[in-house]
Design a protein around this ligand. Sequence first.
Ligand code: PMP
Ligand code: GLN
Length: 396
Amino acid sequence: MTRVPYLSARLQGFGTTVFAEMSALAATTGAINLGQGFPDTPGPAEVLDVARAAIGTPHDQYPPGPGLPELRTAISAHVQRFRGPAYDPDGEVLVTAGATEALTAALLALLDPGDEVVLFEPMYDCYAAAVAMAGGVVRAVPLVPPPASDGVWTFDAERLRAAVTPRTRLLLLNTPHNPTGKVFDRQELATLAALAIGSDLLVLTDEVYEHLVFSGAEHVSLAELPGMRDRTLVVSSGGKTFNTTGWKVGWICGPAPLVSAVRTAKQFLTYVNAGPFQPAMAAGLALPDAYFTGIARDLEYRRDVLVEGLHGAGLPVVSPQATYFAIVDVRPVQPDGDGLAFCRSLPARAGVVAVPIGGFYAPQDEHLGRHLVRFAFCKRDEVLAEAVERLGRMSA
Ligand code: PMP
Ligand code: GLN
């Protein structure tokens, strides 16, 4: 690997994110962007109106460091409504600049140099970078794709246990999982909980897709399992749930000593953010249950449209249980199995942009995802229909 000038040793190897590269490709070619995961319709009026009304008021100034009290109360009530664990809005809930800052602040707060983090790959791209910034070491355990497209991704519990060493400090989980669309089931979570308790690990669980779960799957947080609340930090964000990915309002909940440690790091990253959006997020979290079931049902329909279209285009695809994303194996249409080359050529071949998955693996495991590519389906009917039609006509 060539050394990038000026960049610290910690960040060598972390270039431009693949999301930025592929969104730029969509912008320059005019291709339909099914790469970066963001919706193309506005969020609920009940949320947007509160934000609009908050601009030009004292909400334009710094909110309190831990987050607007009204938002922390709304987060606590929302978590209790959907999951069970009760968090004290004062001391056990922290508002952050998106889930990204919550994760980064938690890793900076909790890791000492050389501490190991066990996580599954493919992994969301900021995890490895945040562990590196904290001086930690990633120990990645591969998720295994299903043999047939109606199966689910799994993991080898022995391999997971073998990844834990005396230097392991933390288990980092993402469920529902980006990019595979996997939802970890209760049995898998029990395996993870037993490991965390047995090896005395802290747990950081990223649940930003908690409400985007389809029929047949159920989202359960590791924090809900017996013995887990006191060692677990749960991260979420309003971006996906309220179609507001650009607002960057996230949060982290957990026992007070852990949240207090995270707050120490967080206050020197951004201190605070998103003043006028914080009351809007509080309004969103208080919406009735029907809103949350409605967004999942709507997205499930979009999943089916895209999955069917990808099948029709000759691309083997695993139907995801949740999230915005479906992963395909490009080998039938890209015989060398190079997913990155496929994505770079896709605007010319089909007028569509997707994201290659190789970079979601630790460097030594990139070959496991080289032939995999992710498509997002959080798009309007006409956009998805056009993308599916174009993929069906894809040139060689
Ligand atoms: N975690 C996962 C798994 C994600 O997919 C994303 C963004 N799509 C994030 C975290 C970041 O969330 P935010 O935009 O709230 O920082
Ligand atoms: N989380 C979004 C995705 O997975 C993208 C976020 C980003 O661009 N960093 O596509």
